[in-house]
Design a binder for this molecule. Structure first.
Ligand code: DC
Length: 238
């Protein structure tokens, strides 16, 4: 069967990655968490004491660092590796969340990540989540979903995720972090967070994960159906 690209964009902590992972597992597609890549760049800059203003040094760092994903055989999940070491836990910490929007607004960082993301999905058969997948990375994605949810709902979900990892954070701090990131992500000059005109809106405030996954899978079926129909028509005309 033909393989397509599924782009899932939207605000932070709307359930994008949980939905994208489940959709990828269902279809046997690769899942790529592009937010993890910007988080890894942030971690690298911090660990190497590189100022976010030192653009020549950042350009050099982008050539030096190796961002890859490694499949965890036990969980079946892709884990982010920086220079060959799994750094999943560190990149999810609040100290990174508080700085990542600043780093992801740097044009050189975006260009390097977008190029790598396009290479990763050369063969299609990919579910990619982020902020600019349907607008910049894959404007030709066959399925585009833009996710949103009420900010308090998002903060409570994030608080639970952090608590599972042993980090207790007051909900007000998370709301503030989400608001700040939403603002920075949507107002940056380089590929800001925006709903692509052809992306379907998915508000997850009152939805369960299964419903979100079904919603996307229905879009995928519809897309594959119309592609097959168009392919059939195409063959008939020749
Ligand atoms: O999805 P996330 O919260 O892990 O993303 C972390 C940050 O990275 C987010 O604040 C915005 C940025 N980001 C981006 O600018 N473009 C993407 N495609 C993915 C994430």
């Amino acid at each position: 069967m033909r393989k397509i690209v599924i782009a899932i964009d939207g605000y932070s902590s709307c359930g994008k990655s949980t939905t994208a992972k489940a959709v990828a597992a269902e279809l046997g597609y690769a899942y790529i968490d592009t937010g993890a890549m910007y988080r890894a760049v942030t971690l690298y800059l911090l660990e190497n004491s590189i100022s976010f203003e030192d653009l020549p040094r950042i350009e050099q760092a982008l050539h030096e660092m190796h961002i890859t994903f490694k499949r965890n055989r036990k969980t079946g999940r892709n884990e982010l590796c920086l220079d060959g070491t799994i750094r999943e836990d560190e990149i999810r910490q609040m100290r990174i969340s508080n700085l990542v929007s600043e780093v992801s607004g740097i044009p050189a960082v975006r260009h390097a990540m977008v190029r790598q993301q396009q290479r990763m999905a050369r063969k299609r058969g990919v579910v990619m989540d982020g902020r600019d997948i349907g607008t910049t990375v894959f404007p030709d994605a066959e399925v585009k979903v833009f996710m949103t949810a009420d900010v308090l709902t998002r903060a409570l979900r994030r608080q639970e995720e952090l608590a599972v990892k042993g980090e207790q954070v007051p909900v007000e701090d998370i709301v503030e972090n989400l608001r700040k990131r939403d603002h920075l992500d949507s107002t940056r000059t380089e590929s800001p967070l925006r709903r692509a005109p052809d992306a379907v809106l998915l508000d997850t405030t009152h939805m369960m994960i299964d419903e979100q996954v079904d919603f996307v899978l229905e879009r995928v079926s519809a897309s594959l159906f119309s592609l097959a129909a168009a392919g059939g028509e195409h063959r008939n005309t020749h």
